[in-house]
Design a protein around this ligand. Structure first.
Ligand code: UGA
Length: 477
């Protein structure tokens, strides 16, 4: 492996913390900076503020020697050859990205630079942010030979962030100078050379020594656009399949068959063609809006993205109506909500379609017993437990006496439920599945009325497992 590089990562959110742990894992010395003192303290003491596979192991492995936590940005910056800006870029009221945190960090870096640094945008930012950062430094009197601004967008997904980082599909390095590019190349060399995949205790994943991630060296502007365009394209794929799902539903076809048939075309690919209740999370909603805003600023009509957003909002509404139509009314009904995070595998509830649907059900008078393997504590800060809302410790407890089970995200644990046990605990065996986790025929055979997305509704088959005979689905048919 190459000589370690001294790195400062500013911001210890999902991207910053994962990047810091992974940079340490591939041999660099990392100082992770956050202005939230309490969070820094938790990290120093061995706590991990987010739920992410392999992250606790990597932080434990490197905390004593290769990764430190501080709130002192100046000191961290001084000692670093590369400074990665991984602070939040939330959505502003106009839909554009709010770059005030990036701006504040750039100004602070400008005040403390005393030797050459590469300042790297890791957060998702609109094109031209690199020029803005450069201007902030120049305005603060930093000589041009003391810094380069580069862009190294991150493509990790929450829940699989560490594997996505260390076994990346691609590494995009946007730089204007060879000097800046050389530092970035050195940082990623343990991955791009394949050396990391030879180490015995490395995090396992799809990459191997003879199949390392490809590097794409571009301009900073192209790198910035690659990130926005990738997220916007993936969101478009999801909205597209969701509309196709609605057509399937009307026509009596199965969207899973259709998605498989489309995905087998290598030009389309099978990923991100899972129909459901719409995309959420801290990235897609914000990035689609921000990219649309970038287009607007540049006088480019990107109405397609407006449609993508509209379809996404409509998909949640349609699903909510589906649940309502299965129950006639929510008032006085007890619903088991399985899933609160915006997807399975994470405790993140930002822009969670699951939470939005729970809120709608509560508003219409339902009693909700919710379960999520990781997100309940965060969700309870938004929807406190009370008379109408109960947080259950397991899915069966959530389903006790339920009029319906509503599946709102795709935790593996949900797909592996003991269906007989689930059915026996429910009042009526109705499952409304927003993530298509089950085979409809198998659900009917198990005695459930089963409604999912883009697939025909199924009702308990005669002679199905006991309990089926009082299914509401049967009463309705
Ligand atoms: C997304 C991108 O996938 C990452 O590449 C990117 O780095 C990240 O945003 C970011 O910009 O930081 P993430 O938000 O963690 O990652 O989640 P995804 O796995 O992409 O899922 C986003 C949403 O789309 C979820 O609500 C998920 O349930 C939904 N989804 C995903 C579908 O409805 N259908 C699909 O087929 C796939």
């Amino acid at each position: 492996m190459s000589q370690g590089v001294s790195i400062a990562v500013v911001g210890s959110g999902y991207v910053g913390l994962v990047a810091a742990a992974c940079f340490a894992e591939i041999g660099h010395h990392v100082v992770c900076v956050d202005n939230d003192e309490a969070k820094v303290q938790v990290l120093r003491e061995g706590g991990v503020p987010i739920h992410e596979e392999y992250l606790p192991e990597l932080l434990n492995r490197h905390r004593a020697n290769r990764v430190e936590f501080t709130s002192d940005l100046k000191a961290a910056t001084r000692g670093a050859q590369a400074i990665f800006i991984a602070v939040g870029t939330p959505q502003s009221e106009t839909g554009s990205a709010d770059l005030s945190y990036v701006d504040a960090v750039a100004s602070e870096i400008a005040r403390s630079i005393d030797s050459y640094k590469v300042i790297v945008e890791k957060s998702t930012v609109p094109v031209y942010t690199n020029e803005w950062i450069r201007r902030v430094l120049e305005r603060n009197g930093v000589p041009q030979d003391l810094f380069d601004v580069a862009s190294n967008p991150e493509f990790l997904r929450e829940g699989t962030a560490v594997v996505d980082f260390l076994h990346a599909d691609r590494i995009v390095l946007g730089a204007e100078t060879e000097r800046g590019a050389a530092v970035l190349r050195a940082i990623y060399e343990p991955l791009t050379s394949g050396a990391y995949y030879c180490s015995e205790d490395g995090v396992p994943g799809p990459r191997a020594a003879d199949d390392p991630p490809p590097v794409l060296l571009t301009t900073t502007k192209a790198a910035e656009i690659i990130k926005h365009a990738s997220n916007a394209f993936l969101a478009t794929k999801i909205s597209f399949i969701n509309v196709v799902a609605n057509i399937c539903e009307a026509a009596g076809a199965d969207v899973e068959d259709v998605a498989r048939g489309m995905g087998l075309d290598a030009r389309i690919g099978p990923k991100f063609l899972r129909a459901g209740i719409g995309y959420g999370g801290s990235c897609f909603p914000k990035d689609v809006a921000a990219f649309r805003h970038v287009a607007e600023q540049m006088n480019v009509d990107f109405g397609l993205l407006e449609e993508v957003e509209k379809i996404n909002a409509e998909q949640k509404r349609r699903f909510f109506q589906k649940v309502r139509s299965a129950l006639w009314t929510f008032r006085g009904k007890q619903i088991a909500a399985l899933g609160l995070a915006f997807k399975g595998g994470t405790d993140d509830i930002r822009e969670s379609p699951a939470l939005e649907i729970v809120e709608l059900m509560l508003r219409e008078g339902a009693l909700v017993r919710a379960y999520d393997p990781a997100a309940a504590s965060r969700a309870s800060e938004i929807i406190p437990a009370g008379r109408q809302m109960v947080y259950a410790d397991d899915p069966y407890e959530a389903a006790r006496d339920a009029d319906a089970v509503v599946i709102l995200n795709d935790w593996q644990e949900f797909a592996e439920l003991d269906l007989g046990r689930l059915r026996s605990t429910m009042r009526y065996p109705i499952v409304v599945d927003g993530r298509n986790l089950f085979d409809p025929a198998a659900m009917a055979a198990q005695g459930f009325t089963y409604l999912s997305v883009g697939r025909p509704a199924r009702h308990p088959v005669a002679g199905a497992a006991n309990g089926a005979d009082h299914a509401v689905g049967q009463r309705r048919s």
